[in-house]
Design a protein around this ligand. Structure first.
Ligand code: MGD
Ligand code: MGD
Ligand code: SF4
Ligand code: MO
Length: 764
């Protein structure tokens, strides 16, 4: 496009903001919020400019590069694909299929092409040694959804636009713009909430940007959430405040939950949480007695020692107080492409613990092992040891705990290929890097985040720039590798039908699939006259067939499902192209009991796994609170995980990679404002500037993740000049939530000391 305005969705975080990109003479002249976007209504954050910076970044790779004795050398695509397929195939032949490890990073879920191509790619690799950012992130939410609602991606979304009480625990939407709650312009939505008389309560070990806007704020000791939430459940039962409302007839095992919470009185948990018993009781009462209320938890409660139990209890609290399926409470979304129903139709509701990792015996979730055990699987010899590794859009060296150990493990592998457009802390270990096209060179549809949005919307963005012929999209790279690997596996030739299938897939790409899914989805074409004939048949199928029958799934998904008949109709890819700012599909609305996927059609309030983990919670309560400093993470609105520090406009200004510490702790340790501190645990240590602030709870220190760009041999010049230190170089990969396998990224104990470079050097 030469001149004019291009509308699209920003893909950088989960918020799905609409952007209006002004083009002049083939270049981006400005990036602004799109006022017409039905969800973001003109909001963008400072990161939106990075869309341009990423596109124009001279460090961004455009051609495959291969590591040689004389440095990195560019390679042709065809040659590169053959090279990778040969090496992976050889590893598979020599050491078995599980000898290939795969790590999928976060940007994959912001990329519909990758999502469509990942499945065939993983199938072609055929290894059980799969990992992703999930186990450093939202796994406990997926597990709770699977155990309670029968589907791993069916999340209750806070109806922030209609609620009157928003309780936010372990999340900082003012910085993150929401997670498992796509909520662009959180500030504006909060303002509207307050204008209608609503309130926000925040619980966090740090007085965050969100906490500063709260009507009520409580510091909580890291890892204390399960106890806090248990005591709230206890209070509800004790004071007769349990009333599941819309979900009344669906919930089961309420009594088991009551018994489980018996010992956890607010008084008993007060010391371990740092919250007064009266405040805990008041919190439970507020939730119960405010009709339209939503309790929301995120990273701080999921990536910690009791991540599994805490997330489950948060779901329980919403259900016990009648907030589930209530407008203004928490509801399931109804996206235009319903991956929940599509997953269920193909038997992909999810699974957990069907097999266990080789070295530590940790449970798989959704076919993946915990990222914390990746290095174990590379370093421990034996049958099934990882010898070759594939990373796709991931930077686990900075994003997984104990990054240095992971680097050591990567260094010992036979072969690594990375699909990534940066030569960074992880990909520098690769033998070959396959860079995809830039985001603005591909079309965009949010398959995942549309499911988490606080309003149902659909939007398709066409590519802004044409991809040059000598580049490949992520989906093309993945499909090409998959095709070649499959061919190799079959001895060099595929049966004609399979071969033609691959070719057609590679020719078409993901967009025709989008079109098909949109048309056949709940907002798809109006059945018109066909309805008269087909409706009775569809009704019959839905009524008569067993809950999990694929035909029933198909019927439910179709525009002919009566439940969705009042929905707007007529979506298709072409229809969406007519509305470049997106289409509003209305607010979240009740969907129970139809949207449950449990076998008995009920909500399981007390799944066995969680009850089994309560012994550990009792033990924790019985042990006196320890006196260590506890390390937590943090996010900043101008940063995004590990990969946006190469934009000068985003990193400029004051150093943000600091150790936040309370004045009381600082003075005890002799730390002053201009000092650097050494933060350590076992033999791991990093050094970074201190930031003394009363905004952090005494006994707690905070470091953001995604920094540590001072490693040798990377090619991100701006990031290297703003290196910071990686919190994951201190965090242990041996500490996980044993229930779910999630990494403990918040609440690990650390030692902090003043760092005096001169003296240290002399001594050394
Ligand atoms: N201590 C601590 N650790 C954390 C967290 C924390 O809060 N504290 N947060 C965790 C969370 S929530 C997450 S999601 C993870 C993220 O962990 P990862 O997904 O492993 O890491 P990212 O930093 O998102 O790195 C993304 C990589 O993808 C590349 N990339 C970007 N866009 C594309 C694309 O379109 N295609 C391809 N092929 N590559 C692309 C980037 O260059 C970069 O290398 O980090 C986790 N780690
Ligand atoms: N600007 C920006 N936005 C982002 C990202 C980013 O890196 N930068 N990353 C994106 C990604 S991948 C994700 S997953 C989301 C995450 O979205 P959020 O979950 O909202 O992000 P965080 O800022 O990590 O919020 C976690 C909060 O938990 C607190 N906390 C730490 N330990 C505990 C604890 O034990 N208990 C309690 N109650 N709280 C605790 C922390 O102080 C912090 O305020 O953000 C997304 N959006
Ligand atoms: S909040 Fe910022 S990074 Fe996230 S989608 Fe909106 S503009 Fe993009
Ligand atoms: Mo994340």
């Amino acid at each position: 496009m030469d001149n004019g305005t291009h509308y699209r969705t920003c893909h950088l975080c989960e918020a799905m903001c609409g952007v209006a990109i002004e083009m002049k003479d083939g270049r981006i002249a400005s990036i602004k919020g799109d006022e017409e976007d039905p969800l973001s209504r003109g909001h963008i954050c400072p990161k939106a400019v990075a869309l341009q910076d990423l596109h124009e970044d001279p460090d961004r790779l455009k051609k495959p590069i291969r590591k040689t004795d004389s440095g990195w050398q560019e390679m042709d695509w065809d040659e590169a694909f053959d090279f990778v397929a040969d090496r992976l195939h050889k590893t598979r032949q020599d050491h078995g299929r599980n000898s290939i490890g795969v790590y999928l990073g976060n940007p994959n879920v912001h990329n519909h092409g990758s999502l469509v191509a990942t499945m065939p790619f993983l199938r072609a690799i055929g290894s059980q040694n799969r990992f992703s950012a999930t186990s450093n992130d939202q796994l406990p939410h997926m597990l709770a959804s699977l155990e309670m609602f029968g589907h791993q991606v069916l999340f209750p979304i806070p109806d922030i636009d209609h609620t009157e009480l928003f309780i936010c625990i372990g999340a900082n939407p003012m910085a993150s713009n929401g997670s498992l709650m796509t909520v662009p312009d959180f500030r504006g939505r909060l303002k509207a909430l307050k204008q209608r008389g609503g309130k926000m309560i925040v619980v966090d070990p740090r007085r965050t940007e969100t906490a500063k806007l709260a009507d009520e704020f409580h510091f909580i000791r890291p890892g204390g959430d399960a106890l806090l939430l248990m005591a709230m459940v206890h209070t509800l039962f004790e004071e007769g405040l349990v009333d599941p409302g819309p979900a009344e007839r669906l919930v089961k095992d309420v009594d088991l939950l009551r018994l489980a919470a018996l010992a956890f009185t607010p008084e008993a948990v007060s010391a371990h949480t740092g919250i007064a018993a009266d405040d805990i009781r008041a919190l439970a009462r507020r939730l119960a007695t405010t009709r339209k209320a939503a309790l929301y938890t995120r990273m701080g409660t999921s990536t910690q020692t009791f991540g599994g139990v805490a997330t489950w209890l948060a779901y329980c609290l919403n259900i016990l107080t009648g907030k589930l399926d209530l407008p203004g409470g928490v509801l399931f979304s109804q996206p235009a492409i319903d991956l929940v129903e599509l997953g269920a139709m193909s038997g992909q509701q999810g699974h957990f613990g069907t097999r266990h990792s080789r070295v530590k015996g940790l449970p798989e979730f959704a076919g993946e092992y915990p990222a914390s055990t990746m290095a174990d699987e590379m370093l421990t010899p034996g049958e099934g040891q990882i010898r070759a590794f594939v990373t796709v859009a991931g930077n686990p060296v900075l994003s997984s705990p104990n990054g240095r150990r992971l680097e050591e493990a990567l260094g010992g592998l036979d072969f690594i290929v990375s699909v990534d457009y940066y030569l960074n802390e992880t990909t520098r270990h690769a033998d070959i890097i396959l860079p995809p096209t830039a985001a603005l060179e591909r079309s965009h549809y949010d398959l995942i985040f549309s499911m988490f949005a606080v309003r149902n919307v659909a939007k398709y963005s066409e590519a802004l720039f044409a991809a040059s012929p000598d580049t490949r999209h992520d989906w093309q790279i993945l499909l090409e590798l998959a095709h070649r690997l499959e061919k190799q596996r079959k001895g060099g030739r595929l049966p004609l039908r399979t071969e033609l299938g691959w070719r057609a897939f590679k020719q078409l790409g993901p967009d025709p699939i989008l079109d098909l899914l949109l048309r056949s989805g709940p907002y798809g074409a109006d059945a018109g006259r066909a309805r008269g004939l087909l409706q009775p048949a569809v009704d019959l199928v839905i009524d008569l067939l067993p809950k999990r029958h694929p035909l029933r799934g198909l019927a439910r998904l179709s525009p002919l499902n009566r439940q969705w008949q009042e929905l707007p109709k007529g979506l298709s890819l072409n229809a969406l192209k007519e509305y470049p700012s997106g289409v509003d599909l209305g607010p979240l609305r009740p969907s129970l009991p139809d949207r449950l996927f449990t076998r008995d059609g009920r909500i399981n309030l007390a799944p066995r796994r969680y009850l089994d983990d309560l012994g550990r919670l009792h033990d924790f309560l019985a042990t006196p609170a320890d006196t260590h400093l506890h390390l937590i993470g943090r996010r900043h609105v101008r940063s995004n995980n590990s990969w946006m520090h190469n934009s000068q406009r985003l990193v400029k200004g004051r150093d943000r990679c600091t150790l936040m510490i309370h004045p009381r702790d600082a003075s005890r340790l002799g730390l002053q404002a201009a000092d650097s501190a050494a933060v350590s645990a076992d033999d791991r240590q990093i050094v970074l500037p201190v930031e003394i602030t009363e905004d952090i709870m005494p006994g707690v220190v905070s470091i953001p993740h995604g920094w540590g760009h001072d490693r040798e041999g990377t090619r991100q010049s701006v990031a290297a000049a703003h290196a910071g230190a990686s919190i994951n170089d201190v965090l242990s990969d041996g500490v996980i939530d044993p229930l779910s396998g999630t990494s403990v990224l918040n609440g690990q104990p650390v030692t902090v000391k003043v760092w005096r470079p001169e003296r240290q050097r002399k001594r050394a």
